[in-house]
Structures are given as C-alpha cells and as structure tokens.
Write a protein that binds this ligand. Structure first.
Ligand code: ZN
Length: 428
C-alpha cells in the first residue's frame, strides 16, 4: 500500500508546484509556522511540509521572505454593482443589466487581484451574478470563486423593491424580479432562484439604507414569509442570509433559523445572545457603512435624500461588531462592496476590537464554514490551491492584507511580485 501511494505521488510530481513559504498562517490554526513547503498538484494542495523541500520536477515559487495565507473570502459582496460616483437616482434609470455585466468583469478582476479568491455574492439583478459565476468557472473571466444568491427576495416596498421612490410609471424590466408577498410566493421565488443557479438565498426582512422610502428599523417580512424562505432554502441544501438592521427583524430571522445576519445595525444584547445560542453568523459590513457615512457628509448629491438621512442617523459606528464579538457570536468577513476595495474591511474589524488573527480566520476558515465548503478557506491538503502572500506581518499590521503581492487560485498564479500576471482566458 505504501509503495503504491508513493509511486502515485511521484508520477504526479512532474507537473507539480511547490511554494516555499517563509511564514504560513493556514487559516485553521492561529499560530503561524515558519519555513514550510506547500505542495500543489493541478488545482489542489496535496501537502504542507516542514522546511523547504523540492520534489523532483516541481516548479518552485519562492515566497520564503513572505507571509503566506489562504485566499481570502468576502462573505458579502455585490460584484454586479456600479461605482458609487455620480447621482445614484439618475444611474438607477440610465444603466441596464448589460452595463452591470460589463462592470462586473472589471469588478471581479480587481477583487481577485486584491487577494479575495472567493466571494459570497448576496444579490444581483437580471441573473448577471449567475452568468458571471459560470464565466469564471469555465475560465473565460478571471475572478474569484462565486457563491451567488441571484435576486434577493423581499416584500413590495422593501429594500429590494427598486421602483420604490420613483414615479409609478417609471419602470425597468428587471425591477421587481425579487419581490414576493405571502409565504407561498416566497417559497416559489426561493425555488425559482435555485432553479436559475443560485447557491444561497438572500432575504430582506428589514428595511434598508440605500433604498428609498423604507425604514431600516422596521420588520417588513412577516414571520410566515421568513419561515417559508428558510424552509425552502434548507430543503434545497442552500444557506440563507438575512439582511437585518432593525432588532425585530434580526431576532425573528435568527429564531427562524437563518444562517447569517448581514449588517446588524440595531441588534442589542438579546440579539447577540440569541445568535450565539443558535450559531448564527454575523457579517458586520463595516466598510460600506463607513463609505456611505463619508459620502453622506461630503457628497450627499450622490445618494438619494432619504438615504442621506438614514446614514447620518446610523453613524459610522463600529460598536455593533465590538458587542457581537464580546458576546461570542461567530463572525465572518463581509465588506458589502464589489469593486476591489473589499479588504479594507479588515482594518475596521481590528478597530472594532478583533485581533488580526481573528480577522484572518473570519476571512478564511469562518467564511468557508458559513458557505459550507471544505474546499476553500485553509492552506491544507485536499483544499483548492487558493493562496495569497503579503510582504510583511499581517498579525502585527492588518493593513498588510491591503497590499497582497501574490495571488494563486486553483493552482494558477494571477498575481506575482505585486503585479498582475497574464492568464490566458478561454473563449466562452
Ligand atoms: Zn449587501
């Protein structure tokens, strides 16, 4: 048996790669290891060994002066979103799904170059997110692995009712595709999203911030509707993420079994206790909160007037994460952005009281656990070879993650020596 195994190993070695890592933070343990070799065959990690070893025929990638980590996971993105410059109301009625599709190819390229090799995308219009996942998986677009939600599901007048605030006769073909009222309609839409290619379900139980006319503190989906969404998602083997600002919507969604709460703005001690007891993940989305706050103060014309008021009322507070973390709630890293600046979330998480090591876990192993995948989130045998490296020590300075020098996804190098590497793409 032993002989057969090593014979197999040596035949595979001819096309293998080995990374010599000066320091490895593997995503699973918080203590870094010095001088290790990461063995890679095709798109997977086959071994992690002490010291710098070079199997016969293996190509060596020298990261012996760098800190090597698993590819980062952003558990809350919108890769189909357009930038927040310009007038938001005008943009909503002058950009089509085709514009979003083209913007997305730029977005996913920048996200991958930033060291994020997996995203959990929580809502896109017109199936662009689903098409993008397909294009990346077949190798025709360079981007992170995607777990997509398709259209988020919410009620008429709620956070994803895009026509809200516009004159009644202003309409777009794709507006309204995520609306469902009543438990049967919610069940049907969740099943439809799955049929169309969604990997997870996103619901909007509370009002939102960038939407017009809805109150973030209000619970806008009924218990019966939330329950229907949770049951439909779980029956199809999907996770379910709940957008939640107000305490009422958060507590109900947690009790009914959603897998994660996004934003959590007005959660209180009781909410955190409930989430801890149920094992619900919290995705704090600090970066987008902070960016919106800055925009509301310096360029309010880029936001609709009701959003400016909501953002100023919320403030740029980091204390929701401070409180959730102190209460022992499971935290995953999620920036709620989509244009490549995602990793800036990390420094805010440290400011809120998490240690750099905890933030790295939130952006690696915890993200994988939330997604429900054993293939990502760690530098360990059997996982995809999704590996990044930084020059300095991210445990001393978390902003090192904002300066990723090396990116490998599925054994292919997309960035080396701090610059993009040309990867031949496949014609779709
Ligand atoms: Zn979002």
């Amino acid at each position: 048996m032993l002989l057969a195994a090593s014979a197999l190993a040596s035949t595979a070695q001819a096309q293998d790669t080995v990374i010599h890592a000066g320091r490895l933070i593997d995503g699973l343990t918080t203590k870094p290891r010095e001088q290790v070799s990461i063995l890679i065959a095709k798109d997977r990690i086959t071994g992690v060994e002490a010291g710098f070893v070079t199997p016969a025929g293996a190509k060596v990638i020298d990261l012996s002066k760098a800190t090597v980590l698993p590819g980062l996971i952003d558990s809350h993105t919108h890769v189909t979103s357009l930038s927040r410059t310009g007038n938001g109301i005008a943009k909503a009625v002058t950009n089509s799904a085709l514009d979003a599709a083209l913007a997305s190819t730029v977005n996913v390229g920048k996200i991958l170059q930033s060291g994020v090799t997996t995203v959990r995308d929580l809502g896109g219009l017109s199936g662009v997110d689903i098409a993008m996942k397909k294009a990346i998986n077949q190798g025709s677009v360079a981007g992170p692995r995607m777990w997509v939600a398709g259209e988020a599901i919410g009620p008429t007048g709620g956070h994803n009712d895009w026509s809200h605030g516009y004159a009644e006769d202003v309409s777009r073909r794709d507006w309204g595709a995520g609306l469902a009222d009543g438990p049967d309609a919610v069940t049907k839409l969740a099943r439809t999203e799955h049929k169309l290619g969604a990997d997870q379900i996103k619901i909007m139980p509370s009002g939102g911030v960038v939407s017009q006319g809805d109150d973030p503190k209000a619970q806008l989906m009924s218990e019966a509707e939330i329950k229907a969404a949770v049951e439909a998602a779980h029956a199809l083997g999907m996770k379910i993420a709940a957008h939640g600002h107000g305490k009422g919507a958060i507590d109900v969604a947690v009790r009914l079994g959603v897998d994660s709460i996004e934003h959590g703005t007005y959660a209180d001690a009781e909410s955190w206790k409930l989430m801890k007891a149920k094992g619900t993940y919290f995705i704090p989305t600090l970066l987008t909160t902070q960016r919106l706050y800055e925009t509301a103060k310096t360029r309010p014309e880029a936001l609709n007037p009701s959003t400016v008021a909501k953002v100023l009322a919320m403030g740029p507070s980091l204390t929701k994460l401070t409180n959730a973390h102190a209460a022992g709630v499971k935290i995953a890293f999620g920036s709620d952005t989509g244009q490549g600046e995602n990793v800036k979330e990390a420094a805010l998480m440290v400011q809120a009281g998490m240690s750099p090591a905890e933030v790295i876990t939130a952006a690696t192993a915890a993200g994988a656990d939330l997604i429900g995948s054993q293939d990502i989130g760690a530098v360990a045998p059997g996982r995809y070879a999704d590996i990044v490296a930084v020059a300095g020590d991210p445990l001393a300075d978390i902003t090192e993650l904002e300066r990723v020098k090396f990116v490998m996804k599925g054994g292919k190098v997309y960035r080396a020596d701090g610059a993009p590497v040309f990867v031949e793409l496949v014609n779709p």
